[in-house]
Design a protein around this ligand. Structure first.
Ligand code: F6P
Length: 556
């Protein structure tokens, strides 16, 4: 079987046409009526794997549509795509790379690439080095240049070199040891300065996390951190003891002044937004310790096993993907809200934004042609119950329908009081309320007065779809499985949308233009010759006038 990806326009499949027809028929129906017609619906439209239970029954989806979604996957060349991925095909075609982040959580993997390298062996070696390093820092064997043990770790990275480890450190905070872990990503000086405030350079360890080691934001922060470190410690400053690199670019790491001994590599077959499992996970490992980090990897591996081995109709990532395709392409829903009912998952929606939107925010297909259908949705969210007091009004009564993913653990790490029961009841109730809604008759039935001027405003249309993901407890393994679940979901959707999910050319243009604007800030040279438009030129000029105080804002 070919090791390249299929190139099938999904709209040309017979399943797509059937699904349009189903959407028209189901468009007039209510999810609740589908439950009434099928008492076994909740059980049938749920599945379990790698410690997670998924209920997708609260979607406007019936068995006929579901069967055709499975057929769509098949007709879009799913088997070929799966085979190419697992066997190390260069499926990130526009960058000529394989996509093997799953090997990061499976060091026993025996795959051999065409160049003879064995990713499993490479992963294993780096994991062992990471383990020694993490243990030495955590037990105080490895110390700063003045002989003190480390108390604080700062991860300097952005995008995939920040969002994953930041999200995971938050999520697994109940497992954290005494090392305090901080993250600096934004090139805004406020970020590093506010983070370093109050830290002791003698006891601070810096992780410069960058796959390319050329990213402007990260390198600016790394240089500022190094300056701060040198200025603070003067002659006692030994960068060697305090700076570690997590990267694929040895040359640039050495150029920065980091000892290769302190570099933990990964490889070009690991995409930035899929790199949490690699050396980029160092901050997480330092926080929770290496045995827990291995449990996190193992949770991801278990979800991989579930994904590789379970038939599509019971396969969690496939199910989430198909339901998402249904809502996006056939019911016309443009966004997806991810709603973790778990404060520890507060950064999960932000993490997932990059994973999903950088992967499937594409408008050109694998034949180089513009898409004639919709691809990735806008993804957003906040932890419950905070979101309830912010944007749920729109979810319940707005003019757009927003499908929601609810995420909950049955047990909390923070027992005591009624909190977890309140939290859980709210999660279940919100999913129910979105589906059920409330009719005018129901409003009137509970009204205490015969005339209620607000009654029209108290009606909820309902029929708003959601998925519910439940685990027993948010352990390192459960988090690993959850992250892997969404990674695979994104990939399944990318296969059907016929896009290249593993590149991100869309982030390039802004970087190039920032390079052109930068000299204008200093010199105020005429921008037209540099391709800078007159609006941008005028903004830059005002910025310059306001900066040097030549001019004051009107009304001040
Ligand atoms: O946002 C673009 C991007 O290339 C991401 O894909 C990546 O995660 C991020 O920049 C950071 O890149 P690096 O790890 O090379 O600094």
């Amino acid at each position: 079987m070919s090791l390249s990806l299929p190139r099938i326009n999904p709209t040309e499949t017979s399943a797509w046409k059937q699904l349009i027809h189903h959407a028209q028929t189901l468009g007039d129906q209510r999810i609740q009526d589908l439950f009434k017609a099928d008492p076994g619906r909740a059980e049938r439209m749920s599945a379990e794997g790698a410690g997670w239970f998924l209920d997708y029954s609260k979607n406007l989806l019936d068995q006929h549509a579901f069967d055709d979604l499975l057929k769509l996957l098949d007709e879009c060349g799913w088997e070929q795509a799966l085979n190419a991925t697992r066997k190390g095909g260069l499926i990130n075609e526009t960058e000529n790379r394989a996509v093997l982040h799953t090997v990061l959580r499976d060091p026993g993997n025996t795959l051999q690439l065409v160049d003879g390298s064995q990713p499993g062996v490479q992963v294993s070696e780096v994991l062992n080095r990471m383990e020694n390093f993490v243990e030495a820092v955590r037990n105080g064997q490895r110390r700063g240049c003045t002989g003190q043990a480390f108390t604080d770790v700062i991860n300097l990275g952005i995008g995939g070199s920040d969002l994953g480890p930041l999200m995971a450190c938050e999520a697994l905070a109940p497992y954290a040891g005494s090392l305090r872990v901080h993250f600096v990503s934004n090139v805004d000086g406020a970020h590093w300065q506010r983070t370093l405030l109050g830290l002791n350079p003698e006891t601070t360890l810096f992780l410069v996390a960058s796959k390319t080691f050329t990213t402007q934001e990260t390198m600016a922060n790394a240089h500022s951190a190094r300056n701060w470190f040198r200025q603070s410690l003067g002659e006692r400053a030994e960068v060697r003891n305090h700076f570690v690199a997590l990267s694929t670019n040895l040359e640039k790491v050495v150029e920065f002044g980091i000892d290769p001994e302190n570099m933990f590599p990964f490889w070009d077959w690991v995409g930035g937004r899929y790199s949490l499992w690699s050396a980029i996970g160092m901050s997480l490992a330092l926080s929770i310790g290496f045995p827990r980090f291995r449990e996190f990897l193992e949770g991801g591996r278990q979800m991989d096993q579930h994904f590789w081995e379970t038939p599509p109709a019971r396969n969690l990532p496939v199910l989430l993907a198909l339901v998402g395709l249904w809502n996006r392409n056939f019911l016309g829903m443009e966004t997806l809200a991810v709603l973790p009912y778990d404060q520890c998952l507060s950064r999960f929606p932000a993490y997932l934004q990059q994973a999903d939107m950088e992967s499937n925010g594409k408008s050109v297909d694998r034949n180089g042609k513009p898409l004639n259908y919709q691809s990735g949705p806008v993804l957003w969210g906040e932890p419950g119950t905070n979101g309830q007091h912010a944007f749920y009004q729109l979810l319940h009564q707005g003019t757009v329908r927003v499908p929601c993913d609810f995420i909950l653990a049955a047990n909390t790490h923070y027992p005591g009081g009624p909190h977890h029961r309140f939290l859980s009841a709210n999660a279940f109730a919100q999913a129910q309320a979105l589906m059920q809604g409330r009719t005018l008759e129901e409003v009137r039935a509970v009204s205490s007065t015969p005339t209620n001027p607000a009654e029209a405003y108290q009606v909820f249309e309902g029929n708003r779809p959601s998925n519910f993901l439940l685990c027993q407890r948010l352990t390192p393994a459960a988090l690993g499985a959850l992250v892997a679940l969404y990674e695979h979901k994104i990939w399944v959707q990318g296969v059907v949308w016929n896009v290249f999910s593993y590149d991100q050319w869309g982030v390039e243009l802004g970087k190039i233009l920032a390079g052109k604007v930068l000299p204008l800030l200093d010199e105020g040279t005429e921008g037209a010759g540099l391709g800078v438009d007159t609006s941008t030129q005028a903004l830059v000029e005002r910025w310059r006038r306001w900066q040097d105080g030549q001019e004051r804002p009107k009304g001040t």
